[in-house]
Design a protein around this ligand. Structure first.
Ligand code: NAD
Length: 489
């Protein structure tokens, strides 16, 4: 039996003992995970530094603070999330107990990506634990220091059998994908996403696919371009552009293109100094393969800012490219690096058309003072999320479902959405073995057709809320009649 098979088997066996069902068990595991994040902050930051050249501060800001927030939220709300959820009844079931009971799915496979190796791997784990599942955790082999540390330390804090960490590369992931799971939660690119879904289909396993894509950023010419460019520069070049929700390219009118270039240039200097290569808070491309891929994307386009590359250090400077066309290399795939192309359009109409001609993105960014314009973009496009006048921050709102649509993914998580995503929302209806007389009332009367009055009501869709409205209307009509009689006669 392979290592992967063994891990899944152990997790399933442990799940079947029923120990994840009591909330106390889940709370205990979540608290241990919180302790892990607190106590191992330094080791986590060191591993991320080795993987991606990120500073300790950036790891805290973009990985561990968010994890702590999500764990605390789950701890505070778990009892409510896991409780039976009464639902509105219809006339047929008015005396019955009707509710939704969230229940664990079983064993979840979590496949993480490398760009935020802790956040994208442990965040789904929080949901899996809260929902009472076992989970096999597969960190990305590309962020190898983080993967190794996770494998070494997590079992010191969490139940080893229920939450095993399996490290390795593509062949190990493929071996895992052959096993039967109750949910697969994958974060990574769309090409592998399709393979994950194919493997899941063999066992009819549901999937959540947190993918990427090209997130456009439209700048309206009448907005505060200085502020817009500050926020775009931050959102694009953080983690050297290796962020799934980074603005991938800018759409703006030709009349503001040079102003946008100048403003972004100023911000790059302000945020990363004259020489980002030596600046602590500017990281590196994760490896040579990704460096070469991103460098090749620049071919044939005009560099307006940056463009310097040092292969030996996996360094690419923050770079802006102007007058880029929809046919250029830069526009054929997600950039996932520090290149920011600008494509000029005649206005918001053409921007919307440009966006709608392509795959549905993970996010659409709009910078505009005009609320009507923002609402128009919301109404006439589709994407995982839409964020106006800032970058990335929607990720921090746990109440917002985070995920893509179409090519940018399926399913969503964060906060309660993670809990619901990794639970089965079971319909429960408890009737008493009484009042059988109701079922023997026939409609139409005196026929042999076996349709009870109650069922007739149901089929006619006399639901309780409609009855309530009718009752309210009747009360209001009565009140009106009383007022007319009493005071207006
Ligand atoms: P990656 O190469 O680390 O792959 C992710 C996982 O897939 C790894 O664990 C790896 O073992 C496995 N894998 C790779 N090739 C495989 C194959 N052929 N068969 C089976 N498993 C395989 O990560 P990546 O895909 O380079 O990550 C970057 C992508 O992830 C970008 O597109 C980015 O936008 C996206 N992303 C999305 C989110 C999100 O939340 N939506 C977050 C982070 C990254």
């Amino acid at each position: 039996m392979s290592r992967e098979q063994l891990a899944v088997q152990r997790a399933r066996k442990s799940f079947h003992t029923g120990k994840t069902k009591p909330l106390e068990h889940r709370i205990h595991q979540l608290r241990s995970l919180l302790r892990f994040v607190h106590e191992r902050q330094k080791e986590i930051a060191d591993a991320v530094k080795k993987d991606l050249g990120k500073s300790e501060y950036a790891t805290e800001l973009f990985e561990t603070i968010g994890l702590e927030g999500e764990i605390n939220l789950a701890l505070e709300n778990l009892a409510e999330w896991a409780a039976p959820r009464p639902v509105e009844k219809n006339l047929l079931t008015i005396l019955d107990e009707v509710y939704i009971q969230p229940e664990p799915l079983g064993v979840v496979l979590i496949i993480g990506a490398w760009n935020y190796p802790w956040a994208v791997t442990l965040q789904p784990l929080i949901g899996a634990i809260a929902a009472g599942n076992a989970a096999v955790i597969k960190p990305s082999e590309i962020s190898s220091h983080s993967a190794k540390l996770m494998e070494e330390l997590l079992p010191q804090y969490l139940d080893k059998d229920l939450y095993p960490v399996v490290t390795g590369g593509v062949s190990e992931t493929q071996e895992l994908l052959k096993q039967r799971f109750d949910h697969i939660f994958y974060t990574g690119n769309s090409t592998v996403g399709k393979l994950v879904m194919e493997a899941a289909a063999r066992h009819l396993t549901p999937v959540t696919l947190e993918l990427g894509g090209k997130s456009p950023c439209y700048i309206d010419k009448d907005c505060d371009i200085t502020v817009a460019c500050r926020r775009i520069t931050w959102g694009k070049f953080v983690n050297v552009g290796q962020t799934c929700i980074a603005p991938d390219y800018i759409l703006c009118e030709a009349s503001i293109q040079s102003r946008v270039v100048e403003e972004i240039k100023k911000c790059i200097k302000e945020f990363y100094t004259d020489n980002p290569k030596t600046f602590e808070d500017y990281g590196r491309m994760v490896n040579q393969r990704h460096l070469k891929r991103v460098v090749a994307l620049m071919e044939g386009s005009t560099i307006a800012v940056g463009g310097e590359v040092d292969e030996s250090q996996c360094y690419i400077a923050p770079t802006v490219l102007k007058d880029v066309t929809g046919e250029s290399k830069l526009m054929q795939e997600e950039i996932f690096g520090p290149l920011l192309p600008i494509i000029t359009v005649s206005g918001v109409d053409e921007a919307i058309e440009f966006i709608n001609d392509r795959e549905k993105p993970l996010v659409i960014y709009v910078f505009a003072d005009n609320n009507k314009l923002i609402k128009r973009v919301i109404a006439e496009t589709s994407s995982g999320a839409l964020l106006a006048n800032d970058c990335l921050v929607h990720f921090t709102v746990s109440a917002l479902p985070f995920g893509g649509v179409g090519n940018s993914g399926m399913g969503c998580y964060h906060g309660r959405h993670s809990f619901d995503r990794l639970s089965h929302l079971r319909s429960c209806l408890i009737k008493q073995l009484k009042m059988e007389g109701v079922n023997s009332m026939r409609y139409p009367p005196h026929t042999a057709k076996k349709m009870s009055w109650a069922r007739f009501f149901l089929l006619k869709q006399f639901n309780v809320s409609r009855m309530r409205h009718l009752a309210l209307l009747a009360m209001l009509a009565g009140l009106a009649a009383f007022v007319v009689q009493r005071f207006l006669r």
